[in-house]
Structure formats: C-alpha cells, structure tokens
Design a protein around this ligand. Structure first.
Ligand code: PEP
Ligand code: MG
Length: 544
C-alpha cells in the first residue's frame, strides 16, 4: 500500500552510516531502459556484429577499469575491488561463446544477441533461492544494459541525473553508482538492501553520508518528491513531518552538527578517557587518498592498510620494488608514525588472474587470506621484502588476515624471522587478525607467535553467525554488536590479559559500542576516516 503524499509516516530500518539530515526525496527506480538499435537486414553481416560486440565489450571493460580507479581514488579502495565481478562476467568464456553462437547461428544483431543471452543468464540467477544470487542477476541485467547502450553509442548512469542535495531512495546501490553519487552528494541515502558490512554501507561511511537501510518495499512505501527527516541514532525516517516536528528536528540537527564540528576541531588531539587511559584511534585505508583523508580527520595512525588494491587488476604479481613504491605512496602522510599493514587478503571470491584458483562450492569457507599465502609462499616473501624495506621510515606492524590455526601465524613468523636475520634488522611487530571463532577460542595457542591481535569483526560476525555479510536475506543474523561478539572478545582478553587487542572491523566505528569495547579489554580502534573525530569524542566521555 503506498502512502499519501501529505500524510506523516515514520519508518524504521537499520543505521549503517551515522548522521542527521533532511531534504526532498528522490526515488531512483534503477537503470533506465536500454537503447536497442533496430536490426538492419540489408547491411547485416555476422562478422560485423561480432566485431561490434568485441569493441563494445572492450569499451565497457575499459569503463569499468576507469570507474574502479575513480572509486579507489575518490571513495574507497576496498569498494573498487567489487568491479572485478562485472569484469569477470564480461570475460566469461561460456558467455562469450553463447553470444557468438547466437549471432552466427541465428543471424541476429549483436544487440539482440546480448539481450537474449543475458536475459537467459539473468533468469538463471533470478530463479535461485538466495538473495545474493538474485543480486548477481541484477548485476547481469546492469551489464546487459550497459553493453546494449554501448552498441548504440550511449554510455549513461541513472545516478548522473539525481538532483544535488536530495534524500536518495533506492533499492540498492551498485559499486559503479558510487562514483556518480560521490560527485552529486546526496544528503542521505535510504536503501532496501545493505547490511552494516555491505559495500553500500562502506561507501556511505567513507563519504560521511547518513544512511538507513533495510526499509522493506522502499520504492512503494516512500513517495517521490516528499520531504523526509533522517535520524540514524534511532534508525528513523519521518516522511512529510508536521511543521512542529520539522522545527524540532532542525534544531536538533543544528545541535548535532555543532557538536560534530567541535569534535572535528579536537580530532588531532589524543583520545583519553576520563580516568586517563589513552586509546589510539587509527584509520582503515587502502590507497594514498584514504591516508590523506585519515590525516585530515585526525587519525593517530593507520590501523589497517588493506593491501589488495596493489594486486587486483594485475596480470602478474607486483615485484617487491613495485609493491614498495605503492606502499610508500599510500603511507606517505604517516611517515614515522604507527602503521599496520595487513598482508594480502584475497582468494576464492576475489581471485587473482595469476593464481590458478579452482572453483570452490563455498568460497567464503575456502582458500582466502593466509590460507592462500601458505599455498603461494613466494607472494608472502615479496610482501615481507617490501615491508621490511620500510622498517626505518615507519613504526611498522604487520597483520595476518583470516587466521584460523596457530600454524597460520607460525608460518609468517618463521619467514619474517628468517628475512630479518638475513637483513640483520629487528623484527617488526606481528599481529593476528581474529576473524574466525576458532582463532578467538584458541588465542592462547596463537599468542606465542604474535605481538598483538586485531578483531576483524566483519568477518568474525559472518563466521560466528554463518551469515554472509553481503546477503540482505540473512541480515537479521548478521549482528556485529551482539553479546556473542563481545563475549568472544572478552574470552580472548581473559585468556591473554597482557596481549594488546584492537578492533578494525566496522564495529569499531559505532560510538554506541565504544564503551563496551573498552570494557572488553580493547586498547585501540581503527575506523573509516570520517568517523575518527566522533569516536575520539566518545572515548573522552568514557569514565573507565
Ligand atoms: C573485517 O573482516 O572486519 C576486516 C576488517 O577485514 P575486511 O573487511 O577487509 O574483510
Ligand atoms: Mg576481514
């Protein structure tokens, strides 16, 4: 049932990026209809159509690469990784063969072939039970439309035309949309799909745009061009408020923003609790622009440098020198400061072209993170060589992703010790990411090989609750602030009272849980750059 324009309606969802905002609603219903050229039978040649298809595919692949680069530079390096799936579809051999067969056997235009073959593929995904498969189906429709538009010489994104400063309402946002959203700056985003660990959430937090997701049937229950108030503190959206409610909200918004400005002014100062404990608030970064932003936002150091961008999109792995240049560039704003570099966290769902991955029926439970590096020790060797060259310029720490067994960290520790003794230098601090229940429950066995531990609560939640962090269908199961998670952190702290413990998952950036994290024994946090000020401010008001 849709809501009448003038009636006040209050909706609740899930807050994924903090803030208060108000504005005129703009409903985004998805990609506009593709432009299909009519088949011209007189000039038809299958060979021509195959060539046109090749050219369009190359163009879209290049566009995706360009978009990925822009997303990496302007928004977030981690988000850019997702473009891999779109490029994979375009280069899929099975799909290419089907398209070719359709053109050659049925003598249709490239555009018709794309339309029918992609529709078949899309339906295969849409018929599957899982929401994630349905989302992949939507991705396929997206690419089909892009490809057909490219064949007609048109390249558009619907988000290019959203009014600046609107409250944007959409079922979901794709990674490729973020570039256009970044330059148009919606005041707030309301979504149907997007868990706290999703890419949409990551994007909005990096951009500092308030976002509420999980609003069921969003395009039907929210009227286009209505006026909305968004308050993520109680995950509430008020559509068409009364004048009194609006006035009260605007006053509250001003208070909230003034407080935000005040905390930003203090952001570069240390965060010390009322009882005098200093809690470093570091930033999660993936490229130079992220570190720049982190410095401007007052982050004390880099708590998580995701190294994946240096590898993704390459045909050959980078050499130690190439890697060193990239790391130097990214970390430059934090020279002589504390930087924590995470070793490569790829595998299974994020395959690299130069690693021969086999298809795995359950990739999230397959070869990723340290499991991959144990299979390809030369890749680990290159990373350690590059990182050790930085040893004198930074207060360097190295983090091992996706640790499950003590052997996972022992493997890195042994190689690190060997490299350091060859180079005659002291070993930098080594840490284990606690992202699996096994790692948390066997922290005592992992401890002999590491100097610190960092909780990756996004993956930890995914594995504790057996709920895919990107799958909206299991969103109620993905609760990264559940007592279960705090309990696991407490277990590690009780088992290892002197081990430095930090959190670098998204939970670290949610002020309502900061006190609880400190209570569990967490002594440092690492968050998206725009959240540094608010987390520091929260720490200053904690009495423990
Ligand atoms: C995590 O899992 O919490 C984490 C910080 O790692 P990523 O989000 O890169 O998987
Ligand atoms: Mg992780």
């Amino acid at each position: 049932m849709s809501i009448k324009h003038s009636k006040t309606v209050i909706l609740h969802g899930l807050s994924v990026s903090p803030g208060l905002a108000d504005g005129t609603i703009h409903l985004q219903r998805g990609l506009s209809d593709p432009i299909d050229l009519p088949d011209n039978s007189l000039e038809y040649s299958a060979e021509n159509e195959l060539n046109r298809l090749d050219q369009a595919t190359t163009k879209i692949t290049e566009d995706l690469l360009l978009l990925a680069t822009r997303v990496e530079k302007e928004i977030d390096a981690k988000l850019a990784e997702v473009f891999g799936f779109h490029s994979d579809i375009l280069s899929d051999k099975l799909l290419k063969d089907e398209l070719k067969k359709e053109i050659v056997d049925n003598l249709v235009s490239a555009s018709s072939a794309v339309k029918s073959v992609f529709l078949k593929w899309e339906n295969r995904f849409l018929l599957m039970e899982s929401v994630i498969a349905k989302e992949k189906g939507e991705d396929i429709r997206d690419i089909s439309i892009r490809l057909r538009n490219a064949l007609a010489g048109v390249s558009i994104n619907p988000f290019e035309s959203i009014p600046s400063g609107c409250v944007l309402v959409a079922r979901r946002i794709l990674p490729s949309d973020t570039v256009f959203l970044a330059s148009r700056k919606a005041k707030a985003l309301l979504l149907e799909f997007g868990t706290v660990g999703s890419h949409a959430a990551l994007f909005t937090r990096q951009m500092g745009v308030p976002c509420i997701s999980g609003i069921h049937n969003i395009l039907r229950v929210i009227p286009d061009r209505g006026y909305a108030l968004i308050d993520t503190r109680n995950s509430e959206v008020t559509v068409n408020p009364s004048p009194e409610r609006r006035t009260a909200f605007l006053k509250e918004k001003n208070r909230y923003n003034a407080h935000l400005l005040e905390s930003l002014a203090n952001a570069s100062k240390a965060a010390i609790t009322r009882s005098g404990t200093r809690i470093p608030v570091n930033a999660n970064v993936g490229c130079h622009e992220d570190s720049d932003k982190a410095m401007k936002n007052g982050a004390d150091g880099i708590g998580l440098y995701r190294l994946e961008q240096a590898y993704i999109g390459r045909t050959f792995p980078p050499s130690a020198d190439e890697l060193l240049a990239e790391i130097h560039h990214t970390l430059a704003p934090y020279k002589a400061k504390s930087v924590c570099v995470r070793l490569l966290d790829v595998g299974s769902d994020k395959p690299l072209p130069f690693m021969g991955f086999l298809a795995e029926s359950n990739p999230a439970l397959g070869r990723r993170g340290i499991r991959v590096m144990r299979e390809y020790p030369e890749i680990l060797h290159t990373q350690l060589t590059a990182l050790l060259a930085l040893h004198n310029s930074y207060d360097l720490q190295i983090l091992v992703p996706m640790v499950t067994l003590p052997e996972d960290v022992k493997f890195v520790r042994d190689m690190l010790a060997k490299r350091c003794s060859e180079l005659n230098i002291a070993e930098p601090k080594l840490g284990a990411m606690i992202e699996t229940p096994a790692a948390a429950l066997s922290a005592r066995s992992i401890a002999p090989y590491v100097d610190f531990m960092s909780f990756g609560t996004n993956d930890l939640t995914q594995y504790v609750f057996a709920a895919d962090r990107e799958n909206a269908a299991v969103e109620p199961y993905f609760d990264d602030a559940s007592e279960v998670i705090f309990r696991l952190i407490e277990i590690v702290h009780n088992d290892l009272p002197t081990m430095p413990l930090s959190v670098c998952g998204e939970l670290a950036g949610r002020p309502e849980h900061t006190d609880r994290l400190l209570q569990c024994g967490i002594s440092a946090l690492s968050v998206a750059a725009p959240l540094v000020a608010i987390i520091k401010d929260t720490i200053r008001n904690i009495s423990r």
